[in-house]
Design a protein around this ligand. Sequence first.
Ligand code: EPZ
Length: 428
Amino acid sequence: MEKYIVTGGSRLHGKVTISGAKNAAVAILPATVLARDVCVLENIPNISDVTALLNILRALGARVRLLDKTTVEIDTTHLTEPVVPHELAKPLRASYYFLGALLGRCGRADVSLPGGCNFGGVRPIDQHIKGFRALGAEVSVNYGMVHMTSEALVGEHIYFDVVSVGATMNVMLAAVKARGVTILENAAKEPHIVDLANFLNSMGADIRGAGTDVIKIHGVDVLHGTEYSIIPDQIEAGTYMVAAAATGGDVLVENVIPKHLESIIDKLRRAGATVEEFDDAVRVSRTGRLQHVNVKTMPHPGFPTDMQPQMTTMLCCAEGTSIVSEGVWDNRFKYVDELRKMGANIQVDGKVAVVEGVERLTGAPVKALDLRAGAAMLIAGLMADGITEVEEIHHIERGYSSLVDKLRSLGADIRKVSYDDDPLREAL
Ligand code: EPZ
């Protein structure tokens, strides 16, 4: 067991390079099974979700070779049974992308229901199943396993009842191999949807409209291997941008697509930060006091829900009262109790948090309740007086590459310790 120990008070300064996008990589890795061929993926983030997906690919019979720290070669010529058992699927949500990918490749898929961040309620996959059924698959769920079979997938007009990133990508993965045309309406528009479509098109698929709410897919019989570089991670970039503003720092965030960061840039400026945009970088700095802003999370191009905990944390020390409304998940404010341990003044009523700015936070032992909540605890620790210990950091390491090294290079006082090395624990 490991934890991060953060001593607050340092203003982050310098340059940080953003890694490949987690939420694109976790769909593109399963997508490689759609070709009986070799794919080379560049700009792969070094995170535990990627490790978990590479393990699933190996268990399915793919040959996986790391060419360097961020490049992986995957040969899916020979696959064994299209089955992903619970032990392999449980560490992450994205294991469910093997449903669409294996259905497209084999006409069959048996995949355990996924794990991933728990926001305190059910994370349904009814829209995924609706889409697979519309394409002609028979779907059943027994003892936590989703079983799907199909004689032949046939294109269909599918209207999603909710805007879902996962359902849009999963159904796209199967539809690329369906006979005829599939139209996805009310599709999600996140940058990772476009990246998956671009990847699939580079394998020979015919997908148009990704990034809008109507996606048209002409099915093809065969997809081939490809070389592809994954886009930079919008949320990792946003996290460092907020950390820079929260600590009154000055950070150049490199290897980003500024267009993907517009909603975050807007809120940071309104909160009193200065943001300069370059072709593939943004610079965030702040000298004056943080100001209150209201934030509502929405599907892209709205403010991303995956930046909500980090932004709420920054606003804990803003002048005035900020209102943060969560428009995607039912229960994404559980981490607020951890912030209260550090002196934050936040009232939560359902999907709305009212944040009364305080002068300062103080260090405390806190838990990373999920991936982005964990990132928020680190930002809180960097802003706070004294020492913050963040436990359950495996959640954070699911989604942030080389986090400690990157933060230390920006001047943060952070280290990772094993509980076994912890002198306080030995003294207990
Ligand atoms: C993806 O989750 C991301 N995960 C999440 O990021 C992110 O918070 C979310 O999209 C929204 O942007 C991955 O990409 C692996 P959804 P996903 O389906 O696909 C409801 C992170 O921190 N819904 O877009 O599971 C659902 O309950 C993670 O990186 C249904 O009702 O999210 C939610 O309210 C956490 N039925 C809303 O739609 C369904 O079948 C959006 O969920 C599917 C979803």
